[in-house]
Design a protein around this ligand. Structure first.
Ligand code: PLP
Length: 244
């Protein structure tokens, strides 16, 4: 299957609308225009459709499964070697998939255990050409046992023992609870920002990146300080071609 011209137009419209909505939320919160990056989440679509999104202007792409990130990144670079995509891994990373994932130099949003960050450190230390990799710590702000991410005590334990010369912790990633109201999502995002501020003080570190906000709640996330929003369904709505 190929991406139809209609789908291409639809993806361009979706991208333009999301960009506008992001720009408006940035302006409303008196933040700098370049302070928020949009990660287009391509997990719902095939590589060809992901290319159409990049051609529309979205040069940062995210996948939640390592194997699909590898596949899509390979397909895109073989179809268009000039296309300079920045990849984001936004879902769980199994330790046996770390070294292959490193080759794509993604920002890893989903560090959710001490064991994982240590395994990433070891893999980068052994790697021939990569000096350092950027990661975010995924925080379970609600304390909900059903949600993924580090509890606050384990996150603090992890930062207390931090000696990873090859891993740069750049910030936090969080998801609002499933099906919560926009007001509740906003409260959770504000809590993540306040928690980040407290960690910076306590550990005397910089955690500039806040990855929070998806299709349904990126506006309150930006208003509460998100620097990366992870948007999938809103970028692909209305297209006919979305097979995997
Ligand atoms: C799927 C996914 C998204 C995108 O969700 P949409 O609601 O489709 O925008 C964002 N973050 C993570 C971790 C995801 O798995």
């Amino acid at each position: 299957m190929t991406v139809t011209p209609q789908d291409r137009n639809q993806i361009q419209r979706n991208w333009d609308l999301v960009r506008e909505a992001v720009a408006e939320a940035i302006a409303r919160s008196n933040r700098l225009p370049e302070s928020v990056r949009i990660v287009g989440v391509t997990k719902y679509v095939d590589a060809e459709t992901a290319v159409a999104l990049a051609q529309a202007g979205c040069m940062e792409l995210g996948e939640n499964r390592p194997q699909l990130l590898w596949q899509k990144a390979d397909a895109i670079s073989s179809s268009d070697p000039e296309m300079d995509i920045r990849w984001h891994l936004i879902g769980h990373l199994q330790t046996n998939k770390i070294s292959r994932t490193l080759a794509y130099r993604p920002l890893i949003h989903s560090v959710d255990s001490l064991r994982l960050i240590q395994a990433i450190e070891d893999a980068v230390a052994k790697h021939a050409t990569i000096q350092s990799i950027d990661v975010l710590l995924e925080v379970n702000i609600s304390g909900d046992a059903n949600k993924t991410g580090l509890s606050l005590p384990s996150l603090e334990g992890l930062l207390t023992n931090s000696t990873w010369p090859h891993v740069q912790v750049c910030g936090l990633m969080a998801m609002s609870g499933l099906g919560v109201s926009p007001d509740e999502a906003r409260r959770q995002f504000a809590a993540v920002r306040e928690y980040r501020d407290a960690l910076e003080q306590r550990f005397q570190i910089q955690l500039p990146e806040l990855s929070m906000g998806m299709s349904d709640d990126f506006v309150p996330a930006i208003e509460e300080g998100a620097t990366l929003v992870r948007i999938g369904s809103k970028l692909f709505q209305g297209i006919s071609h979305n097979s995997h």
